[in-house]
Design a protein around this ligand. Structure first.
Ligand code: APR
Length: 229
């Protein structure tokens, strides 16, 4: 079975009603990234950060996977599919994809502030000041903030190295190390980009650009990749 790796970003969830990061005014839901998505922001004002992610988490209970997420599930009938997502939402999971690697963490998980390995599922939307891990430290969102390590990148690179097809959807490829994944493809890997805007591809060969939103663009691409099967 041929292997397809899908590198997804905020744009795949845009049609579900979740905002992307860099499309408008440089703010994320009216907050400066430094205030809500850095260790320094957490240090300075943990209440603000908890509330910010509580609102993002709450929104997750109100949105649904869209046609883009669903189209990717159909690929599994014909290919070995690995999703590598920068998104912290759970819309790939809820659409039904089987193999999902989150590079930047998951909104529905929280973790200890003293032991990185103590990660917990949060079944409701609210993480409060005073909610503690089993070792007694405050819990924080299980999110990779700017300036923090991205442990899953090692596994992501292993998948991308083996890919016969790489689909890049809904990411501006602005943030490393995720953006560098395109550089580790093997010779001959076919790359597709699905995005309504131009995405920098920095000399990567063998690229087909589908300039469309995720719903329409992925439906078209999945149809093409499965109809010859
Ligand atoms: N369908 C597909 N793509 C879309 C759509 C759509 N309907 N609408 C917008 N896009 C595209 C934009 O054109 C852009 O290229 O989605 C991309 C979104 O880019 P960013 O907002 O930069 O999001 P992303 O690349 O996922 O950001 C990476 O940055 O803030 C951090 O950790 C955060 O994971 C995030 C990372």
């Amino acid at each position: 079975m041929k292997k397809i790796v899908v590198l997804s970003g905020a744009g795949i969830s845009a049609e579900s009603g979740i905002s992307t990061f860099r499309d408008s005014n440089g703010l994320w839901e009216n907050h400066r990234i430094e205030d809500v998505a850095t260790p320094e922001g957490w240090e300075a004002n943990p209440e603000l950060v908890l509330e910010f992610y509580n609102q993002r988490r709450k929104q997750l209970f109100e949105v649904e996977p869209n046609e883009g997420h669903k189209a990717l599930v159909k690929l599994e009938d014909f290919y070995d599919v690995q999703i590598v997502t920068q998104n912290v939402d759970d819309l790939h999971e809820r659409a039904g994809s089987s193999n999902i690697l989150h590079l930047h963490g998951e909104l529905k998980k929280v973790r200890s502030t003293i032991d990185y390995n103590l990660v917990y599922d949060l079944s409701h939307w609210e993480l409060k000041s005073g909610d503690k891990c089993e070792k007694g430290s405050q819990l924080r969102p299980h999110i990779v903030w700017f300036g923090e390590a991205v442990p899953s990148i090692v596994l992501a690179e292993e998948h991308v190295r083996k890919a016969d097809v790489l689909i890049i959807v809904g990411t501006s490829l602005n943030v490393y190390p995720a953006a560098g994944l395109v550089d580790v493809i093997k010779e001959g890997t076919k790359v597709y980009i699905v995005d309504p805007a131009d995405v920098p591809t920095n000399g990567v060969e063998n690229i087909t650009v589908i300039k469309a939103g995720a719903g329409e663009g992925l439906a078209e691409l999945v149809n093409e990749l499965t109809s010859s099967k």
